[in-house]
Design a protein around this ligand. Structure first.
Ligand SMILES: [Zn+2]
Length: 433
């Protein structure tokens, strides 16, 4: 048999010559030499794999045409760049706290030229909003101090890299015996429930701003209004009493009453998880260091390489083509089979190093570019996303707060303040497995 004719043997009774072409049913059989050109035509509009297959079924045929179409589209950088978002993954809820103010979540909100620190107690859902002088770490710490002075020091403080992933904030947390846990940039979804409180506070602030109502009055009402689906309000869970507000209330209902909502909250959390997971998809993809990936940045998928796994679940440290080191949740990663095209930024290590040298090692006020010290000799620029969705930095390991107390690290040189407090040099942030 002629070389290359074998795949056609089974079809020999359906093949017909017509106008100098070989026809299979309604489809033109494309010779090897013309297949690449045909693929280019099929994919000219950059439609997806299914559309391309359907188009081919309409008019063209060669053995393994479907495979060739799949391979071509998987390698198409244009299609990859504009791929839709991944489907969300099942929730990994934080464990419901055992007591009030064991765990809190914080966030910063900017409204009408003023910055606010929003804090939620993860058990009682009690909210605190404090005006900040600036977005600086010291301003955030001072606000936290005021709240902790009343309700105690939480074991864990959850929040975004900004403001929490600064040396100052970590030093403060170590000092008070607390642990900071940051979420992946652009993906603050590890606990849907914790996120909700911050969202509620933001809504409340916006509405008060519009209605010219003092937000503190509104905050008091919120904290003393029953939580949805429950018969208790945040203040009652936190302080075992409902506070007196502008809304009249019988005196006996203002007397202290202890409530324990742990079981109820656990049940609610399970409910939220089940609901969320109905539309979620488990991604089993594991990325090895060095493997090529597409990274979601803004509204597009950029090209990059996996540096290593981050200690947080579903979190990786990746390097973009222009040398940026980012932390990304698997929600914002996809395996990549494409080659960079002319729209991809070429590697620019020199420019990248320059920005490292010119950037303050702690959180900057302007949010334009932030450098977080990594390992010695591994200075790399870490900047934030162009569209301001989140801070692109390697987050700090949840374990890091404790690892800092490890005596093996005391070998690091440091200095002592006049008050006698030991100040360590920039720590290696992030990255440790
Ligand atoms: Zn394409």
């Amino acid at each position: 048999m002629v070389e290359g004719a074998k795949p056609y043997w089974a079809l020999r009774n359906d093949l017909f010559p017509e106008d100098g072409l070989v026809i299979l049913g309604d489809r033109i059989v494309v010779p090897v030499a013309l297949r690449n050109k045909a693929l280019g035509k099929i994919h000219k509009a950059h439609l997806g794999i299914e559309k391309a297959k359907a188009k081919a079924r309409q008019s063209l045929y060669w053995p393994a045409i479907t495979n060739d179409i799949v391979t071509m589209i998987q390698a198409c950088r244009i299609c990859e760049r504009h791929r839709p978002l991944n489907r969300k993954e099942p929730l990994i809820p934080h464990e419901v706290p055992k007591y009030p103010f064991q765990k809190v979540s914080i966030d910063i909100m900017e409204l009408g030229m003023t910055n606010y620190l929003i804090l939620e107690d993860n058990l009682s859902k009690w909210l605190d909003i404090k005006k900040l002088n600036s977005k600086s770490s010291s301003s955030v710490i001072s606000a936290l101090r005021q709240t902790f002075a009343i309700h105690g020091i939480p074991e864990v403080i959850y929040g975004d890299n900004n403001p929490l992933n600064s040396q100052e904030c970590h030093a403060y947390a170590r000092d008070i015996g607390s642990q900071i846990i940051t979420s992946s940039p652009e993906y603050p979804r590890s606990d849907g429930l914790a996120e909700k409180g911050v969202h509620i506070a933001k809504q409340l602030l916006k509405k008060c701003f519009d209605a010219k109502v003092n937000y503190l009055d509104a905050l008091l009402e919120y904290n003393n209004t029953p939580l949805s689906g429950m018969n208790v309000c945040p203040s009652q869970i936190l302080m075992s009493r409902t506070c007196r507000t502008a809304v009249p209330m019988l005196q006996r209902n203002l007397e202290p009453k202890v409530v324990n909502v742990h079981a109820e909250l656990k049940r609610k959390q399970g409910q939220t998880k089940r609901q969320h997971d109905l539309h979620a998809k488990v991604r089993s993809q594991v990325y090895q260091p060095g493997s090529p990936v597409a990274i979601r940045r803004g509204k597009k998928w950029e090209k990059g390489t996996v540096v290593r796994k981050h200690s947080a679940p579903r979190s990786y440290i990746v390097r973009t083509l222009d040398g940026r080191i980012l932390r990304r949740n698997t929600f914002h990663l996809q395996p990549s089979k494409t080659r960079p095209d002319s729209h991809d930024t070429p590697m620019d290590v020199e420019g990248c190093m320059e920005s490292v040298l010119n950037t303050n090692p702690v959180m900057t006020e302007t949010h334009t570019e932030t450098f977080v010290p990594t390992e010695p000799n591994e200075g790399e620029a870490l900047d934030h996303d162009e569209d301001g969705l989140g801070q692109d930095q390697p987050g700090l390991d949840p374990q890091l707060a404790t690892s800092h107390q490890n005596p093996s690290q005391s070998a690091l040189t440091g200095r002592t303040t006049r008050a006698g407090r030991r100040v360590k040099p920039p720590m290696k942030y992030g990255y440790d497995e």
